[in-house]
Design a protein around this ligand. Structure first.
Ligand code: GDP
Length: 444
């Protein structure tokens, strides 16, 4: 079972929360220790584990209750989202050149599965309707050239080979020329690997890269090597500049460290993964599916997502009611801004407010900065002040105190107070127009 050990290590964390009512600073200590241990045993590097654990802990105590969701389920969801983020979030697609051929250069140490991947990739692209050509550039192992020719035949893709008595950069030049003549869509070049990194290999790769001007330079790494794979991706990126990695042998008893560390450590995404010895065993790297497999808790995840969705809906409806009765206070404001933080983006919430149109990223950034400023002032208000902004409007002493405690200026506090009244008025007007039957148009 792939990542089996990591999965069971994480299960220990959830099991410690059974019977708890909420996630607290105290009751997550043990589970977080389990998560930390599980990741280290999966061979994820220590700095990555530290950042991961810290981020999960912060979210665990900061998220608040979701109705119907148990703390262990909630933690599963937080870990899932953080794992996805760690692995780069979205799937990272191969990039194709504007004008053919697209050139893909493959690099990697010996034995990682580079030659196999070359042919797998050709088949993968062929299935997408692209014509391909392989270039055999491993001049140090005649057997590698033969192997590529055989695999090329197997997947029905032509292989350009020119023997071993020729420099790889020259093979690259000739192969590319041939590919252009034949009008192929994609050229994939296999290069020589070494047992370990050396200068000759890097120089050779640089020469080949110069000749090919590739769209993709992909480093093939072996998942079994754990965090070492992530370090290799970093080194190759610094030395020759790469666009991503292909992780092989994910079907073996790899512990997960490579899949989890490559993006975070090197900044470069894993684009594809090899999951077996057959030519068909190559697929895109989907961070969300990978996390799902690691956790093995598909139903819990979709359940928590639904519960969150329902809660957002209810929050939005409640807000709308408040707006209509012009009772929107600092508590609502804070709740909204925290919801914003939870969702990671202002745009959703703005989208929920009726009548608000398109917002630009710059406006969102500006708004988020304002939100932080406002939060710090609201946080030092008394419960009464939060509910009745009038108290602040009437009392310079209260405003002075809030300025002092939040470390902001009195003018900033006054602005905030003015703002909530303006907001009430604006929202009220907006609702009035809407009730009147005509939708307002917002112009920027
Ligand atoms: P190269 O030296 O990097 O070109 O490596 P090869 O392509 O010759 O592969 C080395 C060995 O790894 C071969 O026996 C392959 O069948 C095997 N291999 C490559 N990719 C995978 C994979 O995704 N899963 C498994 N199980 N074996 C693989």
């Amino acid at each position: 079972e792939m990542f089996g050990q990591l999965t069971s290590g994480l299960e220990a964390a959830w099991s410690k929360l059974k019977g708890e009512e909420v996630l607290t600073k105290e009751n997550i200590v043990e589970p977080m220790r389990d998560i930390r241990r599980a990741l280290l045993e999966a061979d994820v590097s220590l700095p990555v584990v530290r950042r991961f654990v810290q981020s999960v802990s912060e979210q665990a105590v900061g998220t608040g209750l979701i109705r119907g969701v148990k703390p262990d389920q909630q933690l599963v969801k937080i870990v899932n989202d953080e794992l996805i983020k760690l692995m780069g979030g979205e799937v990272s697609e191969l990039v194709f050149a504007k004008s053919s051929p697209t050139v893909i250069l493959l690099a990697g140490l010996q034995g990682v599965g580079k030659t196999t991947v070359s042919a797998k990739l050709a088949l993968y692209l062929k299935k997408q309707g692209k014509s391909c050509m392989l270039i055999a550039g491993d001049v140090y192992r005649p057997a590698a050239i033969d192997q590529l020719v055989i695999l090329g035949e197997q997947v029905g893709v032509p292989v350009y080979a020119a023997g071993t008595e020729i420099k790889p950069a020259e093979i690259a030049r000739q192969g590319l020329q041939e590919a252009k003549k034949q009008n192929v869509d994609v050229v994939i070049m296999d290069t020589a690997g070494r047992l370990q990194i050396d200068k000759a290999m890097m120089d050779e790769l640089k020469d080949v890269k110069r000749v090919l001007n590739p769209t993709e330079v992909l480093l093939v790494v072996d998942a079994m090597t754990g965090q070492e794979a992530a370090a290799l991706v970093t080194t190759f990126n610094v030395e020759i500049g790469i666009t991503g990695a292909i992780l092989t042998k994910l079907d073996g008893d790899s512990r997960g460290g490579a899949a989890l560390s490559v993006k975070e450590v090197s900044g470069k995404p894993i684009k594809l993964v090899g999951r077996g010895e057959r030519m068909e065993d190559l697929e895109p790297f989907y961070p969300d599916r990978m996390s799902g497999r690691i956790l093995g808790m598909g139903d819990v995840l979709s359940f928590v997502e639904k519960a969150q969705e329902v809660m957002r809906q209810e929050d939005a409806e409640e807000l709308q009611k408040k707006i209509m009765s012009a009772k929107f206070d600092f508590n609502d404001f804070l709740k909204q801004t925290r919801a914003v933080a939870r969702m990671g983006s202002m745009s959703r919430v703005i989208g929920m407010i009726p009548g608000m149109g398109k917002v630009t990223p710059a406006q969102i950034r500006e708004a988020e900065k304002n939100v932080q400023l406002m939060e710090s002032m609201i946080e030092v208000m008394t419960p009464e002040e939060r509910e009745k902004p009038e108290l602040l409007a009437e009392s310079p002493e209260r405003r002075k105190r809030i300025a002092k405690e939040s470390g902001k200026t009195e003018q900033q506090v006054s602005q905030l107070v003015a703002q909530i009244f303006q907001m009430r008025v604006r929202m009220k007007n907006l609702m009035g127009v809407m009730e009147g039957g005509s939708l307002p148009t917002m112009s920027n």
